[in-house]
Design a binder for this molecule. Sequence first.
Ligand SMILES: CC(=O)SCCNC(=O)CCNC(=O)[C@H](O)C(C)(C)COP(=O)(O)OP(=O)(O)OC[C@H]1O[C@@H](n2cnc3c(N)ncnc32)[C@H](O)[C@@H]1OP(=O)(O)O
Length: 205
Amino acid sequence: MKCLAILGASGHGKVVADAAECSGWDTIRFFDDAWPALTSNGRWSVVGNSADFLDNLRSFDGVVVAIGDNRTRQRKLQELDAAGANIVSVIHPSATVSQYVKLGVGSVVFANAVINADTVVGPGAIINTGAVIEHDCCLDNCTHVSPNATLAGGVTLGELAWVGANACVRQLVTVGAGVVVGMGSVVIRDVDPEQTVVGSPARPL
Ligand SMILES: CC(=O)SCCNC(=O)CCNC(=O)[C@H](O)C(C)(C)COP(=O)(O)OP(=O)(O)OC[C@H]1O[C@@H](n2cnc3c(N)ncnc32)[C@H](O)[C@@H]1OP(=O)(O)O
């Protein structure tokens, strides 16, 4: 029996749990700071808060952080790494991840996502439902590519960048660290760090 602990009893956490079950994890336990008021996340139990999570790391075969906010997820992953946790990635069986992709630890890849050859995905990424990451892309730590977003070939995403749902990024473009690309936006040129860009073509908000 393989048991997975998930930090973050959110909607995103449910999708991680579902993908984990589909990919061979037998038992899922959630931890969240809303516990003990919060005792379940859908069909799964919430059994403790983040302090309990750290105290019980050895009771699980793997741990994953299911927190959508990139910066918070990065901080929690750093704490877990320092505590020697067995941080794992969760990949839905319907996702297509090329054998020539390097996928960083603690990442989640959801149903129907595609990651093509020679792309490097840093640790802690969320590659959401139906997202397409084309060949030769480079995603730094703790990025999020939302549902149905597309990164064309050779795109670079800086640390903590978030590409919104249905957005797309032109080939060879660099999206800087901490950038937010609004949903449905079309990014056709490089974006400086820490900006929010929206529209087609995408411009700073
Ligand atoms: C499974 C999941 O759910 S994964 C998560 C998927 N979610 C997403 O992809 C959401 C991504 N977030 C967005 O697109 C947000 O709208 C953001 C971050 C771009 C902006 O959010 P906020 O800072 O709250 O901006 P706010 O909603 O106040 O809008 C500010 C202005 O930008 C415009 N705007 C906001 N988002 C967009 C967008 N995606 N495209 C075009 N214009 C936009 C608004 O119309 C508004 O314009 P106005 O001032 O002329 O009225």
